[in-house]
Design a protein around this ligand. Structure first.
Ligand code: FES
Length: 363
C-alpha cells in the first residue's frame, strides 16, 4: 500500500494530462473501430481476428474503462495512467506495479482548540504602538511605499511588550514621606538678619566715612524740605471781615463787650457821642504806636500799657502820647435783627467820619 501511494504521488500533472489526451485519442479511435466493425464483418466474414492475449485481457479487465460520450472522472484517469505506465514497464522489462486499492478514509482525531492565554487575546489582534507610529509616518506622497514601512505597519505586537503593558499601568504605592522635625532655621535666619542690620548701622555711625555720608544725607534732606516749602506762598489766614455780634438789646448804655478783643480785635460799646447814645465797634489798636490797650471797668477807660495813653469809653483820647481817638468799624443791623460788623471799612473821628450813620447804630 505504501509503495502504491508513493507511485501515485510520483505522477506529475504533466503525466496525468498526457494520459488524458491519450485516452481521448484512444476513445475516438475505439469509437471509429466500433462504427467500422459491422461493415468490416459484412465485407470479410471469413477472416477471423486473432484472440487477444490473456494477460492483456486481464489487465484491461482490471482497469476501469470510461464510458464513451462521457468525460472520465479523475479516478478513471488515474487508473488509466497507471495502466499505461504498467504497459510501458512491461514493454521495458520492469515489473508491473500492483493495482492500488483505494485507501479507506481515515478519520482524523478531532483536534481540540488550544486554550488561548488570557492576556494575549485582547492585545493579539491590536496593532502595536510602534506599528501605529510607523503607519502614521507613512509617506504622504503618492507612489510606491517602501516595503520596510509596510512590514513595520503590519508587524504584530510583541508578546513581551504586551505582557509588560498591564504591569506598567499599575502604579506602585509610594509610602508617605516622613514628616521632618521642626528645625530652628527661622530663628537662625532672624538672628542673621539682625546681625546684618547692626553691622550696617555700625558702619554708618562708627566709621568716619559713615559719618560723612550720614551728614551729607541729612543736609540733602533738609535742602529738599526747604525747596518744597519755597514752592508754597506765605498766606496769612484772617477771619472774615463781616461777622455778627448779637442783638442791640444785649448792649445796655455804658456797657463794653470785651469777648471779641482776642478773635476780632474790637470792642462793642454803648456810649454817648455828641449827645446821642450809640452802639459802635472800636478798634483795639492804640493810635500812638499800635499797642493794645486794656478796658478798665473801675476807671471806665481804655488804658494803653505801652506808653500810658488813655481813652474814654467812647474812644476819645484824653491822656498819654496818643494823638487821636480810636478808630471805628462799620456796623449795621442785619436782616435777622443782629448787629453786623464790617472791618473792611474804617471811620476816623478827626476826619469827621463818625458822623457817618454807617459808623454806629443808634441805641
Ligand atoms: Fe499806646 Fe504808646 S502805643 S501809648
Amino acid at each position: 500500500m505504501a509503495a502504491d501511494d508513493k507511485k501515485k504521488k510520483k505522477m506529475s500533472v504533466a503525466e496525468i494530462l498526457a494520459a488524458c489526451r491519450k485516452l481521448d485519442s484512444g476513445d475516438k479511435s475505439a469509437a471509429k473501430e466500433q462504427a467500422e466493425a459491422p461493415q468490416k464483418a459484412e465485407s470479410a466474414p471469413a477472416t477471423q481476428q486473432p484472440p487477444p492475449a490473456p494477460a492483456a485481457e486481464e489487465k484491461t479487465a482490471q482497469t476501469p474503462k470510461p464510458t464513451p460520450g462521457k468525460r472520465p472522472s479523475v479516478q478513471e484517469i488515474l487508473a488509466m495512467a497507471r495502466a499505461e505506465k504498467q504497459k510501458k514497464a512491461a514493454a521495458g522489462g520492469e515489473k508491473p506495479a500492483a493495482p492500488t486499492a483505494e485507501k479507506p478514509a481515515v478519520k482524523k482525531p478531532a483536534v481540540k482548540p488550544k486554550p488561548k492565554p488570557e492576556s494575549a487575546p485582547a492585545t493579539a489582534e491590536k496593532p502595536h504602538s510602534s506599528n501605529i507610529l510607523a503607519g502614521q509616518q507613512l509617506p504622504k506622497k503618492r507612489g510606491p511605499v517602501p516595503k520596510s514601512v509596510l512590514e513595520a505597519a503590519r508587524r504584530p505586537a510583541r508578546p513581551k511588550e504586551q505582557a509588560a503593558a498591564p504591569a506598567a499601568k499599575a502604579k506602585p504605592q509610594v509610602p508617605p514621606r516622613p514628616t521632618k522635625p521642626p528645625t530652628a532655621r527661622p530663628k537662625a535666619k532672624a538672628d542673621q538678619q539682625r546681625r546684618g542690620f547692626l553691622a550696617v548701622l555700625g558702619m554708618m555711625v562708627a566709621t568716619p566715612l559713615g559719618i560723612g555720608f550720614s551728614s551729607l544725607a541729612t543736609t540733602m534732606g533738609l535742602w529738599t524740605l526747604g525747596t518744597l516749602r519755597f514752592m508754597f506762598p506765605n498766606v496769612r489766614i484772617e477771619p472774615p471781615s463781616k461777622f455778627k455780634v448779637g442783638f442791640p438789646a444785649d448792649y445796655p448804655p455804658g456797657y463794653v463787650e470785651v469777648k471779641y478783643k482776642t478773635q476780632y480785635a474790637i470792642w462793642i460799646v454803648n456810649a454817648e457821642y455828641n449827645g446821642q447814645q450809640q452802639i459802635s465797634a472800636l478798634s483795639t489798636v492804640c493810635t500812638h504806636l499800635g499797642c493794645t490797650p486794656n478796658w478798665l471797668e473801675a476807671e471806665q477807660k481804655f488804658k494803653c500799657p505801652c506808653h500810658g495813653s488813655g481813652f474814654y469809653i467812647n474812644g476819645i483820647n484824653f491822656e498819654g502820647p496818643a494823638p487821636r481817638p480810636l478808630e471805628r468799624y462799620a456796623i449795621r443791623i442785619a436782616e435777622d435783627g443782629q448787629l453786623e460788623v464790617d472791618k473792611s471799612r474804617k471811620f476816623q473821628e478827626e476826619k469827621g467820619q463818625w458822623e457817618d450813620p454807617d459808623s454806629f447804630v443808634p441805641a
